[in-house]
Design a protein around this ligand. Structure first.
Ligand code: SME
Length: 168
């Protein structure tokens, strides 16, 4: 239940906390097929689990446009609305289908600064049950080098478990 989740004490260790929140997300979303509800829940639960998450959310593939993402459910300050494939960190993740781990956003060619406080970033591609790209998941930090292989491993695992399986 969301109320119970909001009350729990967060673990100090990052990997331990990711393992816990992965279970909590699966439990809250059990039986819920709506993709917007699933994305909103993932964004909220992850954003509230870690101090290093400054902006947390999805850019979804716009089916009405050619290779363009549009902002989806997120937690944080105002996000840019649309990002073309290949532009910025999110566009690079969409174009390559690979996670982008960016310790210094100022060194990333074409980085899009929706909020000037952003210093480091991770963007993970999100695939649907048929293996098609449905979105990218973007987390920004207001501190440099906030994300590492632990964030990448767990975010890829959580996003795969949440969106790549068919919900009956
Ligand atoms: N920085 C991202 C844009 C999205 S915002 O950070 C919310 C990028 O370069 O793709």
């Amino acid at each position: 239940m969301a109320e119970a989740f909001n009350d729990i004490t967060l673990s100090a260790d990052k990997a331990t906390r990711y393992a816990e929140v992965a279970d909590e997300i699966a439990s809250v979303l059990d039986g819920e097929p709506n993709v917007t509800a699933r994305m909103a829940t993932v964004a909220s639960m992850l954003a509230n689990s870690f101090d290093h998450y400054f902006w947390t959310g999805f850019y979804v593939v716009d089916p009405t446009k050619e290779r363009e993402l549009v902002v989806g459910p997120y937690q944080g300050t105002l996000g840019c609305l649309r990002i073309a494939y290949g532009r910025g960190v999110c566009g690079a993740a969409a174009a390559t289908g690979e996670t982008q781990l960016v310790p210094d956003v100022h060194a990333f060619p074409g980085h899009i600064a929706c909020d000037s406080r952003s210093e480091s970033e991770i963007v993970v591609p999100v695939f649907g049950p048929d293996g098609q790209l449905i979105a990218v998941f973007d987390v920004d930090s207001d501190k440099p080098a906030s994300f590492d292989a632990t964030d990448q491993l767990w975010l890829e695992k959580i996003l795969k478990a949440t969106f790549q399986t068919t919900i009956a």
